[in-house]
Design a protein around this ligand. Structure first.
Ligand code: NDP
Length: 324
């Protein structure tokens, strides 16, 4: 175990929430370490065009936006640590963080911006064919399905966006959704409905991901076993690829039992504040927001977390000076 590094504010997560918090905290003259985690830049690094981030009239690529945010925070002294935090100690201050490199860090205040990750269906075959036809990211893997038949599972905006993106490559895109109504916004649903390459199977669920092992030993997805939830009819539908787009779950595993969470695992923050159930620990972005989940709202709450953390640190230091 190497030497422990200390900082004023540690930020776990490097999406729009984490990097905006870093920008504000660094500009407030705090020493800031940003733990970039397993996906530096967060979910926007696996999207293409971002059209709804204010300030970019013609849109901007997700990875490019995150690069800019990181550089902007670094300009004011925020430091990126390319490690993944695997454990935290929140019982006493300074807080302690342990990373996958077996390095230990301490921090006077902590901002959690670990975001959320794609949910999976958890049915047979899904895990077996992950990376061999099954994916949760069209922008990462869509290119591999040129002129092939792919399925997108889900009925929200993510499913519509993934399906529309996949029409650039695939010969046909089938949206499979468990209901006849869609949770997706009207604009996204209409765009998908108007696209001739997209067909629909509803109300249906995937019972199994089916595939084969080639003579070379490589596995590949070949079909989905589907069940119509109204008629009960079960059948196999051939596909070369299947994209699971059924929402997200917050990345809060390491905080279980340490911070208050709701039933879905999202961190609970105080009304009009980013304070969590532990004094000195703040949360921002998708890890505490299952309602808005936008880059701009994540960035906004990152700003709030930095203001809350710096004000709290100043009051703690002031009290310590008065007591001394
Ligand atoms: P949502 O929670 O909105 O939708 C999830 C979809 O997956 C629902 O249709 C749900 O079905 C279905 N689903 C969930 N679990 C299962 C399961 N076990 N089996 C089968 N189907 C399942 O998540 P999204 O990721 O689509 O969107 C999240 C948020 O992000 C939304 O607020 C959305 O507007 C936003 N967003 C905006 C975009 C944009 O504006 N460009 C792009 C992407 C997301 P059911 O409806 O029956 O519950």
């Amino acid at each position: 175990m190497s030497q422990t590094h200390h900082t004023d504010i540690a930020i776990i997560g490097s999406g729009p929430a984490g990097l905006t918090a870093a920008l504000y905290a660094a500009r407030a003259q705090q020493r800031v370490l940003v733990f970039e985690g397993n996906q530096p830049g967060g979910q926007l690094t696996i999207t293409t065009e971002v059209e709804n981030y204010p300030g970019f009239e013609k849109g901007i690529l997700g990875p490019e936006l995150m690069d800019i945010m990181r550089k902007q925070a670094q300009r004011f002294g925020a430091e990126s640590i390319y490690e993944h935090v695997i454990d935290v100690q929140l019982d006493r201050r300074p807080f302690e963080l342990l990373t996958d490199r077996e390095r230990r860090y301490t921090a006077d205040a902590l901002i959690i911006a670990t975001g959320a990750s794609a949910k999976m269906l958890g049915v047979p075959g899904e895990a077996d064919y992950m990376g061999y036809g099954v994916s949760a990211c069209a922008t990462c893997d869509g290119f591999f399905f040129r002129n092939q038949r792919v399925a997108v599972i889900g009925g929200g905006d993510t499913a519509m966006e993934e399906a529309l993106y996949l029409t650039r490559f695939a010969s046909e895109v089938t949206i499979i959704h468990r209901r006849d109504e869609f949770r997706a916004s009207k604009i996204m649903l209409t765009r998908a409905q108007q696209n001739e390459k997209i067909r629909w199977i509803t109300p249906a669920v995937v019972e199994e991901f089916l595939g084969e092992t080639l003579p070379t030993g490589v596995k590949r997805l070949t079909a989905l076993r589907l069940r119509n939830v109204q008629s009960g009819n079960v059948w196999e539908e051939p596909f070369d690829g299947a994209f699971v787009a059924i929402g997200h779950q917050p990345n809060t595993e390491i905080f279980r039992g340490k911070l208050a969470m709701d039933d879905a695992g999202y961190l609970v923050t105080e009304c009009k504040s980013t304070r969590t159930s532990v004094e000195g620990v703040f949360a921002c972005g998708d890890v505490q927001d299952h309602v808005y989940r936008q880059a701009v709202t994540a960035a906004g709450s990152g700003c709030m977390a930095a203001l809350d953390a710096t004000r709290w640190l100043e009051s703690v230091r002031h009290r310590a000076e008065v007591a001394a």
